[in-house]
Design a protein around this ligand. Structure first.
Ligand SMILES: Cc1cc2nc3c(=O)[nH]c(=O)nc-3n(C[C@H](O)[C@H](O)[C@H](O)COP(=O)(O)OP(=O)(O)OC[C@H]3O[C@@H](n4cnc5c(N)ncnc54)[C@H](O)[C@@H]3O)c2cc1C
Length: 512
């Protein structure tokens, strides 16, 4: 029998990147949550994660950007993507991602508002997880319970009742929540209990990630690097002398997994002292996506909702899910969300996951082709030519197509105000109406929103130095800094606009 009952507006299952940020986004909107995490310590993958500029903007809203930077790689150091025949071979081609400091300068000189106000961040997964857990523990609205495992859930009339096991105390509890966010990763219990199934998007693959030191690998490259060789990728320079190798496994390699140092030495052609193994993770599975992201009051986010091919470069997709789900759930808890607001979470984020998966698939194809050409003995010039033609470039900004900035469904152009402050820093935690009219013509919309209990900031900005790409004298911006609606004058039907923006009526962005 359960020994105690807890109540919370939102129960978050899993405190990985997705669960942590969902709880922090909820707290940003004043909504308390309970976060149950099966593990006793933050997850410790040795992999470096590259968070794009757009997501750093979203993390800046939560007050996290500066703290995370202090745990990231040296901002003055560029990052190299090195294509080579082997780790001991000279590079075939190097793509250099400018350093954070260089990009800050370049972004400041970009006048069209498309550049993010935060450059990308390269950070070890461990560093990110530790900082996020600290933020969870320090937040008065977040009740983090480590070594608590969600094992079952039951829909109720106005919420969800979840069974959780507290491994530390050896007790079972029931947690009653108005909403449940399933952020419990690839083998999601929430997904299984809610009866949500996955759709396969590609063939299964098996993969070994080995974190190691030594083997004379770390010192070979001056900058933090991803070295893509014939069949493997080695990541260096993100966490002292730690290296991480991603090794795709074939059927014949299954035995070799028992001896990761041997496999590593063979695959990378390491000679001399054997590498010291720090951690080994084996992953197998197919890229897949949940057929539905929600059932009733249960929602999936992050790797519970979509799985990339190993090693899974999907941290940006996961962050986007967390922010999107967090603000919508907060609106629902505060009572201003119409029925389409939460439904749109699935539409928007499922579409994004499919898009991100398509980009990842393309990158994977280039890697496979490079491997085949290397095996066939292709000349360096041929390899360079093909990489230049085919290989997708890294997009460290992630702000979307330039032509769409400021249109509904996209981010508004960024710019600095006369005093030097970033316009984005003036946006409210919930809705913001940017008002460029001379007579503060946005007031009727603001008043109508407030009368409905919709939190909205009125931001009069007549005469501000707007970038050329800015369009609309009244622009309504969502909590996740996307344009929800724009016009050149007060709407004849404020209630109609608010019905769409709050999800009372379905909102269709034509181009998003
Ligand atoms: C080995 C590995 C390497 C990766 N490398 C990269 C990379 O190079 N680049 C990149 O962009 N991304 C990478 N990723 C993915 C990246 O780590 C994820 O995007 C990120 O971790 C977000 O995932 P998540 O929070 O959705 O799920 P997870 O990180 O899996 O977090 C889920 C959390 O839920 C907890 N949990 C599970 N079940 C329960 C339960 N029943 N009750 C309570 N808690 C539960 C788990 O303990 C875990 O902490 C990698 C992932 C892995 C596993």
């Amino acid at each position: 029998m359960p020994t105690a009952a807890f109540r919370t507006p939102v129960l978050v299952a899993g405190a990985g990147v997705t669960g942590s940020l969902t709880a922090l986004e909820l707290a940003h909107h004043g909504v308390p949550s309970m976060v149950v995490e099966r593990a006793g310590v933050p997850p410790r993958f040795a992999d470096p994660l590259l968070i794009n500029g757009r997501n750093m903007e979203l993390l800046r809203r939560l007050g996290l950007a500066a703290g995370l930077r202090s745990a990231g790689v040296d901002p003055d150091s560029p990052v190299d993507v090195v294509w080579a025949r082997g780790v001991d071979q000279p590079p075939v081609l190097v793509w250099r991602l400018p350093s954070v400091t260089e990009l800050r300068g370049a972004y400041a000189a970009t006048a069209d508002g498309t550049a993010p106000i935060e450059p990308y961040l390269l950070i070890s997964c461990t560093g990110l997880a530790e900082r996020l857990h600290r933020a969870l523990r320090d937040h008065p609205l977040i009740d983090l319970r480590c070594r608590w495992t969600l094992t079952d859930l039951r829909p109720e009339a106005d919420g969800v009742a979840a069974t959780v096991i507290d491994a530390g105390a050896g007790r079972r509890h029931v947690v009653e929540a108005a909403y449940l966010a399933g952020c419990d990763g690839a083998d999601s219990t929430v997904r299984r209990c809610a009866g949500l199934t996955m759709e396969k998007l590609g063939p299964s693959a098996s993969h070994l990630t080995v974190a190691f030191r030594g083997g004379a690998t770390a010192g070979r490259w001056a900058n933090p690097s991803a070295v893509i060789t014939g069949g493997s990728t080695v990541l260096t320079g993100h966490d002292g002398d730690l290296c991480v190798a991603h090794l795709p496994l074939g059927e014949d390699d299954e035995q070799a997994v028992a001896d990761p140092a041997g496999l590593l030495a063979r695959r990378l052609g390491l000679d001399g002292d054997p590498p010291q193994i720090h951690a080994v993770t084996q992953r197998a599975g197919a890229p897949s996506i949940a057929r539905a992201y929600r059932r009733g009051r249960v929602h999936l986010a992050g790797q519970a909702a979509h799985l990339a091919e190993p090693p899974g470069n999907d941290v940006d997709t996961c962050i986007g899910d967390a922010v999107d789900l967090g603000w919508r759930l907060a609106a629902a808890v505060h009572g201003w969300a119409g029925e389409h607001l939460l439904a749109a979470y699935e539409t928007e984020r499922r579409r994004q996951a499919r898009l991100d998966r398509e980009l990842a698939r393309r990158a994977g194809q280039t890697r496979s082709r490079f491997q085949r050409l290397v095996a066939a003995g292709a000349a360096r010039e041929t390899l360079v030519d093909i990489l230049r033609q085919e290989a997708p470039q890294l997009d460290p900004a992630g702000t979307g197509p330039a032509g769409m900035a400021g249109t509904p469904g996209f981010r508004p152009p960024a710019f600095r105000l006369a005093g030097g402050d970033q316009f984005f820093d003036r946006l409210g935690p919930q809705l913001t109406l940017v008002d460029l009219t001379d007579d503060q013509g946005g007031w009727p919309l603001v008043t109508a929103a407030r009368a409905r209990g919709v939190p909205i900031r009125h931001l009069p900005m007549a005469g501000a130095p707007m970038p050329a790409a800015w369009s609309g004298r009244l622009v309504l911006i969502r909590p996740d800094q996307q344009v929800a609606w724009r016009a050149d004058g007060p709407p004849p039907d404020c209630e109609g606009v608010l019905d769409e923006v709050t999800g009372v009526r379905h909102q269709l962005y034509e181009n998003a």
